[in-house]
Design a protein around this ligand. Structure first.
Ligand code: SF4
Ligand code: SF4
Ligand code: SF4
Ligand code: FES
Length: 951
């Protein structure tokens, strides 16, 4: 794609099914009723001048540039606010209109700095375009009168500037912040000539305002008033490539706009079906890590982890690695080897890593980071519905009447989808939040949850069972749906179970700490409020009862008939960009791609025949079991692609002990991460900008990732895995990821209709895609569940073994923050540190006062497993007895304190419940100082092989 702005139709598309035919400039056009005259003209290639209108916001009608004449109508109405009418005859270009438009434009231009030649938006400015479009040649008013040209520029945001001297007060930025993002950070202060855009109160600049730096206002601004600093530094882009964000599971589509080999900016793509033209601060701006100086671009090896790294050629690195792996396999057998796939890499790369482990190493010891996040989703949804995935697409939320959000914080972790949720909530949908913390959705501008159930961490199952108790005992279950779609006998058993008085909200209130009346009201709303959809996150899965909680959620949706149509469903909000894909691609030790058990002879035969090898029929080891086996001396080598298990996995000391005990740790990553402290081989990875492939987002949407620049290390990650496989005797011959897609489609029924070329035409597709669903599947389980009858599962509440007591009286729960991402390896290397430079410990005022702690004081956080120190933030967002922190910074190492407890079915760690004590401290602990020193040493080595930083 060359560099052209996406066409702007001026006003949003009408969804009406009624058609209207009118004539515009002598041409007939038929459009849906409710379409604006401006949009109807644009549909036939017309281009009515406009400044305040843009097609992702409601029309506003302030600039008066889009005037038209309509036969039989008085005056010159604004085409952006005038809906089409049957038989209407419209003229968009007449001498009268020309004169009026020139007059309007003259007024704008007379108060605008005429520095077009040196302006960073030159040739990419709507004001400039419209001045040309109306034929403005002269300005009669002169430039000497009152103006706004001396207003200072606000440079406070790390990514964009606000230069009010160029503002035409069109309000597009304000409306983008309100309507698209839902933050309401901007206002127009003053009236008439004194009107000006203001971020927040009084003297607030953008950085200190409520702005979350989503970029919607920058995108909406028709002038250079709000503009990316990168455009000012590099210049106007000259080409654009459509690709997919590599951060979270929303999977936003972007145009990567390039100048030469430099990425100028990422612009959210209007045709992206996951984001519909919106973005968050991470995908929009935080891509600078891709050429940060810490990035390693040459392979490195060392015989033992106390030696310095030695930079070597790719040939030497691959043959050294293959020799070490081969030696260990010969000596200890295939089961001593394993691998971890990455949820940040493409489907094709993930597929190859599990293939390497199964077909080349010869074991099934493959696992993925979903082990520590959404493995209970896999187990729970497969058991109840028959497949391990969310049931809806994101668009579905616009038909939802009641949203139940449990254990998820969408405004921080899935921000673009959160904006869609907020838009629907502002339209009147109701919200139930089940979370120990008062997340932003509970109360934000123009939004207030109908019910917030601030449960005690660890009591999800008790709360969900008591919601079911109310629904069943008050006769609110959808018996017709259950009889038609589910196993009735299992339902009856389950209904008897939940109806027991011991599951009533009143009986469980002392355990859950949720007021019984509030819980009853929430249950009634969910069951009777219309289309009800459940959205959940890691606050559901990362518990010792994670799988039970997922099944309890599925029970709730089935018993109210909220499955199988738009607006309803069960939707896990996946964390990392490709965690869905990593699970789909057979990363788990017991499942081949497409969630087929390794025990299944027919499936195994299919792969054995295609791959020309025999596969081990027994499931392999999960990550925690690999680490245990390493400590026991039976597991010797691991290939870790794009995952920092030392920082992301629980009980850091145990992870370190496992890695230290191995004889060959191969880390394949962008940076010398914390796990690399224990590695013998470091294989530099490539970024999402440097390769082709696909990611699958939280709505099962498979989307293309496109190469926009050459890999700095010389190879895409899929090529490096292939080099290693071939050095170990395989004969792989992939020349492009499209051939890997063909193999995936050939071997996996749910992807049978997938091909690279087709994907590029469609833009994206939601699996299953096959003969039965040739266009993919936006909504699942429409006519029946994948497993046949939906299965109700009895979910007995079992309190976690992690108990509070006199030594550890508080409960710690963890989560994410908007501007950082997971272990922070990428976002800590971007301007996002302006918002979150360190992890802090949130603490209720009563708990803080009891300990003599104030905001910004250092505190020691200790559990039965370990301790760390952090600064305190006193806030009533958390309930008394609960403390909360994020885990984005290696210096904090929040996982030092988390325990070994895990989900009974999947081993997903219980990150969300740790009994802790908090006491005042003078600063970082000795352990943290040692740790920081170790990381610094690694970084110094990294510096010696570093690329130059980007400007
Ligand atoms: S960047 Fe986003 S949040 Fe900030 S003012 Fe602009 S639209 Fe609002
Ligand atoms: S900053 Fe841009 S979008 Fe906002 S009012 Fe001014 S010109 Fe319009
Ligand atoms: S919401 Fe997620 S996918 Fe979208 S831009 Fe932000 S981080 Fe990227
Ligand atoms: S574009 Fe219609 S009034 Fe501004």
């Amino acid at each position: 794609m060359g560099f052209e702005r996406q066409k702007d139709f001026g006003t949003p598309e009408s969804k009406s099914e009624d058609a209207v035919t009118l004539t515009i400039d002598g041409r007939k056009v038929t459009v849906p009723a409710g379409t604006s005259v401006m949009r109807a003209a644009a549909e036939i290639g017309g281009d009515i001048p406009k400044l305040c209108a843009t097609d992702n916001m409601k029309s506003f009608g302030s600039c008066r540039l889009c005037l038209v004449e309509i036969d039989g109508a008085r005056g010159t109405p604004a085409s952006c606010t005038t809906p089409v009418g049957e038989g209407m005859v419209v003229h968009t270009q007449t001498p009268r209109l020309e004169k009026l438009r020139k007059g309007v434009m003259e007024l704008y231009i007379s108060d605008h700095p005429l520095d077009c030649l040196t302006c960073s938006a030159n040739n990419d400015c709507e004001l400039q375009d419209q001045a040309a479009a109306v034929g403005l040649r002269d300005v009669r008013y002169g430039y000497a009168g009152d103006n706004h040209l001396d207003q200072p520029t606000d440079h406070s945001n790390p990514y964009f500037d606000f230069d009010p001297s160029k503002c035409i007060v069109c309000s597009r930025c304000v409306r983008a912040c309100d309507e698209v993002q839902g933050t309401f950070a901007l206002t127009i202060d003053g009236r008439g000539f004194a009107s000006k855009v203001s971020a927040g109160q009084g003297e607030d600049d953008f950085l200190s305002s409520e702005c979350v730096s989503c970029g919607a206002c920058v995108q909406a601004c028709p002038t250079a008033t709000l503009q990316e600093k990168s455009v000012k530094a590099i210049g106007k882009p000259e080409r654009a490539v459509v690709t997919t964000c590599a951060y979270c599971g929303v999977g936003c589509t972007f145009r990567a706009e390039m100048r030469g080999e430099q990425l100028v900016r990422m612009i959210p793509y209007k045709d992206g079906k996951a984001n519909r033209g919106h973005s968050c601060v991470k995908g929009r701006f935080a891509y600078g890590y891709a050429n940060h100086k810490d990035r390693i671009t040459s392979p490195m090896i060392r015989d033992s982890i106390d030696q310095p790294w030695r930079e070597v050629s790719w040939d030497e690195a691959i043959s050294y690695t293959a020799n070490r792996v081969r030696t260990l396999r010969d000596k200890h057998g295939a089961n001593a080897l394993g691998g971890i796939t990455s949820s940040r890499c493409t489907n094709e790369e993930t597929f190859l890593v599990q293939k390497l482990v199964r077909a080349v190493f010869g074991s099934n010891n493959t696992d993925t980071c979903a082990r520590v996040c959404h493995s209970p989703t896999g187990y729970g949804l497969k058991t109840t519905f028959g497949t391990s995935a969310g049931t809806q697409d994101f668009d579905s939320v616009m038909e939802t009447d009641v949203m139940l959000v449990i254990g998820a914080n969408p405004t921080d972790a899935h921000p673009v989808f959160a904006s869609r949720m907020k838009r629907r909530l502002r339209q009147g949908a109701k919200l139930i939040v089940i979370d120990p913390r008062r997340i932003d959705l509970v109360r934000s501008p123009h939004i207030e949850a109908a019910h917030h159930l601030p449960l005690q961490p660890g009591t999800n199952v008790a709360v969900l069972t008591s919601l079911a108790h109310v629904i069943v005992t008050e006769g609110l279950a959808d018996e017709d749906f259950i009889r038609a779609r589910c196993d009735w006998d299992e339902y009856e058993d389950w209904a008897r179970f939940v109806s027991d008085e011991k599951h009533s909200p009143e009986f469980l209130e002392p355990v859950t700490r949720v007021p019984a009346e509030e819980l009853r009201a929430a249950a009634r709303l969910y069951a009777t409020g219309g289309n009800a959809a459940i959205y959940y996150g890691l606050g559901v899965t990362e518990h010792s009862q994670g799988s039970s909680t997922v099944m309890a959620i599925a029970n709730l949706a089935m018993c109210t008939g909220n499955i199988g149509r738009p607006g309803v469903g069960v939707n896990p909000l996946r964390g990392q960009n490709n965690v869905q894909g990593a699970c789909d691609m057979g990363s788990f030790p017991h499942e081949l791609p497409g969630y087929r058990h390794i025990h299944d002879v027919e499936t195994r035969n299919l792969f054995e025949k295609d791959w020309g090898v025999s596969l081990d029929p027994e499931p392999g080891l999960r990550i925690p079991n690999m680490l245990d086996a390493a400590v026991d001396g039976t597991f010797k080598a691991i290939y870790i692609q794009g995952e920092d298990i030392l920082q992301s996995d629980p009980n850091t000391q145990h992870v370190a002990a496992g890695l230290e005990a191995m004889e060959c740790v191969i880390v394949h990553d962008l940076f010398l991460n914390e796990t690399a402290n224990y590695a013998h081989v470091f294989l530099p990875g490539s970024t999402f900008l440097e390769k082709d492939g696909t990611f699958t987002n939280a709505e099962r949407r498979i989307q293309p990732v496109r190469k926009v620049m050459e890999p700095a290390n010389g190879y895409g990650d899929w090529e490096i895995t292939q080099l290693l496989a071939n050095a170990l005797g395989a004969r792989w011959n992939y020349e492009h990821p499209s051939q890997i897609i063909d193999e995936i489609a050939r071997l996996t029924p749910s992807f049978a209709g997938l091909s690279w070329d087709d994907l590029l035409i469609r833009g994206s597709v939601q699996w299953p895609i096959n003969e039965k669903f040739p266009d993919g599947s936006p909504v699942m389980h429409i006519d029946g569940f994948v497993r046949g009858k939906g299965k109700f599962v009895i979910t007995e509440y079992v309190p976690t073994d992690e108990k509070t007591g006199p030594r550890f009286p508080l409960l710690l729960t963890t989560g994410r923050i908007l501007t950082q991402y997971n272990v922070g390896a990428q976002t800590r290397r971007t301007g996002n540190v302006a918002w979150h430079a360190e992890d802090v410990l949130e603490m209720h005022p009563v708990d803080a006062e009891n300990r003599g702690l104030k905001t910004d004081d250092w505190a020691r956080l200790a559990s039965r497993k370990g301790e760390t120190t952090l600064k305190v933030l006193v806030t009533d967002r958390v309930a008394p007895g609960v403390v909360y922190t994020t885990f984005h910074h290696p210096e904090t190492q929040a996982n030092v304190v988390t325990t070994d407890y895990s989900d009974w079915a999947t081993n997903c760690p219980e990150y969300k419940v740790t009994a802790v004590q908090v006491v005042p401290s003078n600063g970082p602990s000795e352990w943290q100082e040692e740790y920081t020193e170790l990381s610094e040493r690694s970084r110094r080595i990294a510096d010696s092989t570093a690329m130059e930083p980007a400007e």
